[in-house]
Design a protein around this ligand. Structure first.
Ligand SMILES: Nc1ncnc2c1ncn2[C@@H]1O[C@H](COP(=O)(O)OP(=O)(O)OP(=O)(O)O)[C@@H](O)[C@H]1O
Ligand SMILES: [Mg+2]
Length: 433
């Protein structure tokens, strides 16, 4: 679907062009002068504008610049008179994509309409393809991850609000994108909002936009992220941090699909899918009076809990191998892989920082590795025994072995050097490996 605005002072022309656009299955609105047109462009998302060169209040050419200021992403086609060829060239220079000379026939108009809107769709698809998160790109076959993938497939089919919960680094954003990308016929954008970083006032104008004069700095109207996300997904990250005084406004947006800009007098209607994520316990926030219970229920229609990495069994090894391949390519290194001990360590570690921690650690090892084998020396015995998983403590012998390997790794496998540092003979060192 595309949205078209026709700006022309000739009423009959406006009317018949609007009819044609509508018949083609696109949304359409019309304006008879520049001022009305600008109002409309500031309060709704428009893809394509047909703009008459000779408007009563402002020259079409001058209007091009103002439209581009509102959004750089609007395509403009000029409607020019037969004697205005010169102005048409000027219009193209000012940023219009094309022009039609009046009087034109319907076929010509339809062709240009279709061409431009289809090209936009292709562009949008191309960028989506670029970042698309297929379910297959989410690594993990463990039963809890199989359940997560089922939940993603299910959520992608419907419009209901989704609440993704999970510790830091468990893949909440990845899952949100996957739900968005797997929506059949998805043409909308994915807009991420971090709910925890701004003050309540700034957050409100960031989210809902503002009208000119709403506060001292509001020199012109501004669309908020909610409007930008119209037709797509609004991802509210760290929703637990959303200031309490903004919560009723979000509740209204979810319940009625409408909101008002800061300082705005009219309700604006949008169609957006809401996905929220949190790593804090919202129910506890409710008990403390920091989060509205009604909002929580509205957000939590489809809950998607992400298991911590330590509960995903051997998925951690799949992820480790994947990150190793990926990082080798990125850092142009050619390594052998993880040692058997490294694999055991990876499996046993608590991974409080989950997948993000795993990736960071492997990255560090890849950068500093010299021997070709990754030992995961960064996972010290201490961190293993204090990890989230209740592992039996290591025996002294195991600790010794780990330490010897760490030292060997640090000196590039030079046994004499390692023995010297450890204060043992080469024979003892060999016996302990
Ligand atoms: N199952 C997975 N397969 C492949 N990569 C993953 C997986 N889960 C997470 N990742 C990667 O791990 C990193 C962290 O994931 P993401 O940012 O989605 O986590 P998060 O839960 O949003 O973290 P935080 O709470 O810190 O914001 C990203 O680079 C993501 O692509
Ligand atoms: Mg995140």
């Amino acid at each position: 679907m595309g949205s078209v605005l026709i700006i022309d002072d000739q009423e009959d022309l406006r009317f018949s062009l609007a009819k044609i656009v509508e018949k083609q299955g696109y949304r359409v609105s019309t304006a008879a002068n520049g001022a009305d047109a600008l109002d409309m462009l500031r309060s709704a998302i428009v893809d394509l504008v047909f703009l008459d060169i000779g408007l009563p209040d402002i020259s079409g050419i001058n209007l091009i610049g103002t439209i581009k200021e509102i959004s750089d992403d609007i395509d403009i086609v000029m409607l020019t008179g037969i004697n205005e060829a010169k102005t048409a060239v000027q219009a193209l220079r000012a940023g219009a994509v094309d022009y039609i000379v009046k009087p034109f026939d319907i076929i010509e108009f339809k062709a240009i309409l279709k061409r431009i809107l289809q090209a936009r769709l292709m562009r949008k698809k191309a960028t989506l393809l670029h970042q698309e998160v297929g379910i297959a790109t989410i690594i993990g076959n463990s039963p809890p991850m199989a359940r997560v993938k089922d939940a993603i497939r299910m959520a992608a089919q419907v419009d209901a609000a989704v609440l993704i919960t999970g510790e830091t680094g468990t893949g909440k954003e990845l899952v949100a994108r996957a739900i968005h990308d797997n929506r059949p016929g998805q043409n909308g954008v994915f807009v991420k909002v971090d709910c925890g970083t701004l003050s309540s006032n700034l957050m409100e104008s960031e989210l809902f936009g503002y009208d000119k004069g709403a506060f001292t700095d509001a020199r012109s109207d501004k669309k908020g992220l909610v409007e930008v996300a119209d037709g797509g997904t609004l991802f509210l990250d760290e929703i637990g941090n959303l200031p309490i005084d903004l919560q009723p406004k979000l509740l209204r947006l979810i319940e009625e699909s409408t909101f008002r800009r800061v300082g705005g007098l009219k309700d604006i209607q949008v169609k957006i899918r809401i996905i929220a994520a949190t790593n804090t316990d919202i129910e506890e926030q409710i008990d403390r009076g920091r989060f509205r219970e009604d909002l929580y229920y509205r957000l939590n229609v489809l809950p998607v809990p992400l298991p911590p990495l330590r509960d995903r069994g051997e998925d951690v090894l799949l992820l480790a191998d994947f990150f190793l391949q990926d990082l080798q390519k990125e850092l142009k290194k050619d390594l052998q892989g993880f040692t058997a001990e490294a694999r055991t360590k990876i499996l046993g570690y608590g991974w409080q920082g989950n997948i993000r921690e795993l990736r960071n650690l492997i990255e560090r090892e890849v950068i500093f590795n010299q021997s070709g084998w990754l030992t995961m020396a960064g996972l010290s015995c201490e961190s293993i025994s204090t990890g989230g998983k209740k592992e039996p403590l290591l025996s002294l012998r195991e600790i010794e072995q780990l330490h010897i390997k760490k030292v060997l790794n640090a000196v590039n496998n030079n046994k004499s050097k390692a023995a010297k540092i450890l204060g043992i003979s080469r024979t003892t060192l060999r016996d302990n490996l």
